[in-house]
Design a protein around this ligand. Structure first.
Ligand code: NAP
Length: 554
């Protein structure tokens, strides 16, 4: 192929979710020829797909919205403190329409493969509908939790009723009134859906393997007056989010756990438990994440609240996790979840005692009992973070596959680049600042950095950029070492790369997905890298230059 071969786009973004929407805005502003390729039928990512009852933010709505436009902030009225999926999707559509971004998006456009061409310094994309697209830069906005995983039970296809993963909840809705419903899985999603459907279904049976710690969301409406007050505080709100480790308004209690008396700690927890959102998790003492004793004390406190709220003591005990302490995994926030178990039509089945044997034509069978259902809901989670990357056949230099490179665990530079995969950017990749923080806050940092980087690259005329092996090693080592102080490292959850439904990721080998240094440190580091002329990144015109030289010589 001649080096003068035309390139369709300077940049392609995969995914039209929260990340892709902002990234395309920035690319267009920068004057890049760019497009977004989205596998689904419309924009919205997570908020387009997760339509199960109860799906809502557990970040405060006003800290989840984009911060980049004053006009947006002034115009949008969040109706609830923790807004629900339909409103969130309306919001993302409103943003896209306001900035006329839809014309830069292609829907039903699933990218099957992306192969790097070393002679032309570009990516060849194969689209599922048969088209081929070329781009100089490939930007992954594929989402952290966008590859849903089903259990591997025998007989799943035999079930005659309706069954689906929460991620694939029917877009047209489904009437559950009076129906016999099973929910399998009690993570953040299960906890939301169970609390929401318990009052309307006929019978609800929850199949729980391991309980998760949960805390009340304490949602509420936002009046016009309150929204005006929020608008007047936006500068201060963003400043707090920038300062806090998780990109929230919640900041840790800076007093030492052992500096205050037990009575004072309890008084603080009594207050935080009843506050909205992640207060009990993120306004707490920092030691609860690192110190076994401190963690045991807060765990006992929250266990006490569960015992207070669940009437049947046997059920309450089953809902209290025994294999990990409070807050060391992502904390599910709930509304009416624990109270659902006080209803006569709701039953908890502990499948760690009586495992599910198989799905049958009319329900399922455990080692102890047969059940019949109209609907089975799989709230069984995601092949987190790397799963959405793995679903595209990404091949970099010398045909190296990203899927293979990352199988035992991802390695990245800043969570945004990968050695061996030139011109490949991840504003919210594994080990970046987005994975464990208030997502849009992390996204804006990642997208802003990638955009400034592309501006620099364009100004200098580089055609190939790649993280060095040494820089990637340093970063991955840094991310890995940070786990050593966190109790999280011992928990089996998606923060440590566990997924019982994905071969090889069942358990045992920790995968270091999450940057645990907090937002301020992450932003400082990536800014320094940019300020030092993008140290750790090789910037060249390698493929194109060599190809041109070869053409001249021939
Ligand atoms: P999850 O936390 O991974 O939970 C999956 C659940 O399914 C677990 O209870 C798991 O049990 C169970 N499970 C998986 N495979 C199973 C099997 N084969 N048999 C029986 N049970 C099985 O997934 P998730 O609830 O979808 O949440 C994932 C993440 O999405 C959350 O941590 C959060 O970051 C995000 N999320 C956010 C929101 C929000 O912002 N409001 C809402 C929902 C989700 P084991 O623990 O025993 O494996």
């Amino acid at each position: 192929m001649s080096s003068k071969a035309s390139i369709d786009y300077e940049a392609v973004v995969i995914g039209a979710g929260v990340c892709g929407i902002y990234q395309i805005k920035k690319l267009i502003d920068l004057g890049y020829s760019a497009t977004v390729l989205e596998a689904e039928g419309d924009l919205g990512g997570t908020w387009y797909m997760n339509r199960y009852p109860g799906a809502r933010f557990d970040s405060e709505s006003h800290t989840y919205g984009y911060s980049f436009s004053r006009e947006l902030l002034d115009e949008w009225h969040w109706k609830e403190r923790f807004s629900s999926q339909p409103e969130n999707l309306r919001y993302l559509n409103y943003v896209a329409d306001k900035f006329d971004l839809r014309k830069h998006m292609q829907f039903n456009c699933k990218v099957d493969s992306a192969h790097f061409d070393e002679q032309l310094d570009l990516w060849n994309l194969q689209i599922a509908d048969g088209r081929k697209i070329t781009t100089r830069f490939l930007i992954m906005g594929v989402g952290l939790l966008a590859a849903p995983t089903y259990p591997r039970y025998e007989g799943m296809d035999d079930f005659k009723g309706d069954s689906f993963h929460t991620y694939h909840w029917p877009h047209e809705g489904i009437d559950l009134k009076g129906k016999k419903v099973a929910v399998i899985g009690t993570g953040a999603t299960g906890v939301q859906v169970i609390g929401a459907i318990a009052p309307e279904v006929g019978d609800l049976t929850v199949f729980q393997r391991r309980p998760n710690w949960v805390a009340p969301l304490n949602n509420g409406k936002i009046s016009e007056h309150e929204m005006n007050e929020i608008r007047s505080r936006y500068d201060e709100i963003w400043e707090t989010c920038r300062r806090s480790p998780g990109g929230f308004e919640h900041e840790p209690d800076r007093r030492g756990f052992y500096e205050v008396s037990k009575e004072e700690r309890i008084a603080l927890w009594d207050k935080l438990y009843d506050e909205p959102g992640f207060a009990i998790w993120l306004r707490n003492f920092r030691e609860i994440f690192t110190d076994e004793e401190a963690n045991a004390e807060i765990s006992e406190y929250v266990a006490g609240r569960i015992r207070e709220r669940v009437k049947d003591p046997k059920v309450a005990e089953k809902l209290i996790p025994k294999d990990h302490g409070f807050g060391v995994q992502r904390l599910p926030m709930e509304t009416n979840y624990l109270e659902a178990y006080n209803q006569d039509n709701v039953r908890l089945v502990d499948i760690s005692e009586t495992p599910i044997d198989r799905i049958t034509t009319d329900g399922l069978k455990t080692s102890a009992e047969s059940f019949s259902f109209d609907v089975i809901v799989y709230a069984t989670g995601f092949d987190a973070i790397t799963g959405s990357f793995d679903r595209v056949d990404i091949q970099g230099l010398k045909g190296g596959r990203l899927r293979d490179k990352w199988f035992d665990g991802p390695s990245t530079y800043l969570g945004m680049m990968v050695h061996g995969f030139p011109n490949f950017l991840m504003p919210s990749g594994p080990q970046s600042g987005s994975a464990s923080t208030n997502y849009p806050r992390g996204i804006e940092n990642g997208v802003d950095w990638c955009t400034a980087f592309l501006e620099h690259v364009k100004a200098k005329g580089y055609t190939r950029v790649e993280a060095t092996e040494a820089a990637e090693e340093r970063w991955t080592d840094h991310v890995t070492k940070m786990y050593s102080t966190m109790l999280m490292r011992k928990a089996k959850g998606w923060f440590t790369g566990y997924n019982s439904n994905v071969e090889g990721h069942e358990e045992g080998r920790t995968r270091y997905f999450v940057y645990n240094g907090g937002t301020p440190k992450y932003v400082k580091t990536i800014s320094e890298v940019a300020g030092n002329n993008y140290e750790g990144v090789t910037l060249t015109t390698k493929g194109v230059a060599e190809n041109e030289a070869a053409e001249r010589a021939s």
